[in-house]
Design a protein. Structure first.
Ligand code: UTP
Length: 452
């Protein structure tokens, strides 16, 4: 008997006296589980690498010649007009479990800003509010949660009065889940009345946008572009006019920001090209000899890494509705607490289970005219994955302060080197919004400077 049949039989027996489990089994998509098991457990040796590929080319953040400069100026203005004309939505993926952070609550509700302790969600909300006011337009915000954190996320927003945004313009919805299995493909139970379920990866966002009605809501509102960002990057430019303008002028289905890797083995996905198409090869899959390849000028060839910031055309996302194009499953080996045969809950110390996840960047190879625009890491990327150390709350707060200092200094406002600084995105969603702010407006006397 194959594993699926075995699982069906076992679950039918177990669910006879377990009503919640019975419901879960009733709606479980066995065909989908079969695909996931095949891709991640039974035929895992299929190469994840394309046959032939090279480093993807990207647009530099600073234009390199006059022609490019003019193009960027045009693109920025075009991006601004797309925003002003209400063609753009903000989209946050916040369905992850944030296990590395170890915070008791949805990650977006973590206080992160260095002085006011604003949450990640508040920082995005204020930026969206700031941009909406600047361009006198409604920017709808779509927030993807998971069934595990949707209730807590909603309750948080209600308590915070939606951070000043109009409730009608924020849509919360849950992504799909997949059951976890052991390494042989046997379904795991979280308790006697439930499967061990986990969110199906950020790639699940495309289906979830469709299934939740978000895409049709966007269509009704005239939204053409979806600005995608992760919940854990407080520096992200939620709606970026230059990026948006370049993306639309190139008629790109899906565009991405890139970071110049700090070294050949930095743990970022690598943008690579396969002919006209682009894909991402994870850092763990890029062969060492490729990672070490160099240009004549000494820079590594595979230097464009992904900070997971994208713009997707709404009609490109709609193509995933039919189910004809599917994202592959990735195997994530995790520690999953589960009920054993003896009816005891086992909390493993080492990974014991496979979670099945899809990744949004796997949509890239399906995109026509994909575009990559370089980003300045110091300006736009400092994820909060851990509490301390690399990519942590600590490092991200330090980066927020440094960026605020830079913004003020670049605008001719002198500040004390040791001061902690925070700038509100409601009034200043971008650096150039500080252009007319004079030093007198800011009280520079204290150790803490908050620019409202
Ligand atoms: P990560 O890959 O960092 O995962 O997610 P995570 O669950 O947040 O954290 P760890 O790995 O358990 O510590 C990157 C982004 O993708 C979202 C997360 O919320 C985060 O914004 N995500 C991830 C989803 O929305 N759904 C998922 O199923 C997985």
């Amino acid at each position: 008997m194959d594993v699926i049949e075995k699982n069906k039989l076992r679950m039918n027996q177990l669910s006879a006296s377990a009503p919640k489990l019975a419901k879960q089994i009733e709606v479980l998509d066995w065909d989908e589980l079969t695909v996931a098991l095949n891709e991640c457990i039974f035929q895992p040796n299929q190469s994840v690498l394309p046959k032939e590929y090279g480093p993807a080319s990207y647009l530099p953040l600073e234009a390199e010649n006059e022609e490019q400069k003019e193009h960027y100026v045009r693109a920025f203005a075009h991006g601004e007009s797309l925003i002003r004309d209400g063609k753009t939505a903000a989209f946050t993926v916040a369905g992850g479990q944030g296990t590395r952070l170890g915070y008791n609550g949805p990650k977006g509700t973590l206080p992160v800003s260095p002085i006011k302790g604003k949450t990640l969600f508040q920082l995005f909300a204020e930026q969206i509010l700031g941009i909406s006011r600047k361009y006198e337009v409604v920017i709808p915000w779509y927030v993807m949660c998971s069934p595990l954190n949707l209730g807590a996320t909603l309750a948080h927003f209600e308590k915070m009065d939606f951070y000043g945004l109009d409730r009608g313009n924020i849509k919360f919805f849950a992504q799909g889940v997949m059951p976890a299995t052991d390494f042989e493909g046997n379904l795991l139970l979280a308790d006697s009345d439930s499967l061990a379920l986990s969110p199906d990866g950020h790639g699940g966002s495309l289906k979830a946008l469709i299934d939740s009605g978000s895409i049709s809501d966007m269509a009704k509102r005239g939204i053409e572009h979806v600005s995608y960002f992760q919940v854990d990057n407080p520096l992200v430019s939620t709606i970026n006019p230059l990026f948006l303008g370049l993306h639309d002028l190139q008629n790109s289905d899906m565009s991405s920001r890139s970071l110049t890797k700090t070294g050949p083995f930095e743990k970022l996905g690598n943008f690579v090209s396969i002919g006209e198409r682009i894909t991402i090869i994870e850092y763990s899959d890029l062969p060492e000899e490729k990672a070490l390849e160099k240009e004549e000028d000494g820079r590594i060839r595979y230097r464009a890494g992904s900070p997971a910031i994208h713009i997707l055309r709404r009609d490109f996302i709609e193509k995933f509705a039919s189910g004809k194009i599917k994202l592959p499953y990735h195997r994530a080996e995790k520690k999953v607490a589960h009920l054993n045969e003896a009816g005891e809950i086992i909390t493993p110390k080492i990974p014991n289970a496979v979670k099945f996840e899809t990744f949004v960047f796997d949509a890239l190879p399906f995109a026509r005219n994909p575009l990559i625009l370089e980003a300045d890491r110091l300006e736009e990327f400092s994820p909060v994955k851990n509490m301390t150390g690399i990519d942590s709350l600590e490092s991200s707060q330090a980066d927020m302060v440094e960026r605020a200092k830079r913004w003020l200094t670049n605008n001719g406002i002198k500040i004390c080197e040791s001061a902690k600084i925070e700038i509100s995105s409601v009034s200043f969603p971008a650096e150039n919004d500080l252009v007319n702010v004079k030093g007198e407006r800011i009280d520079l006397s204290g150790d803490f400077i908050y620019l409202e």
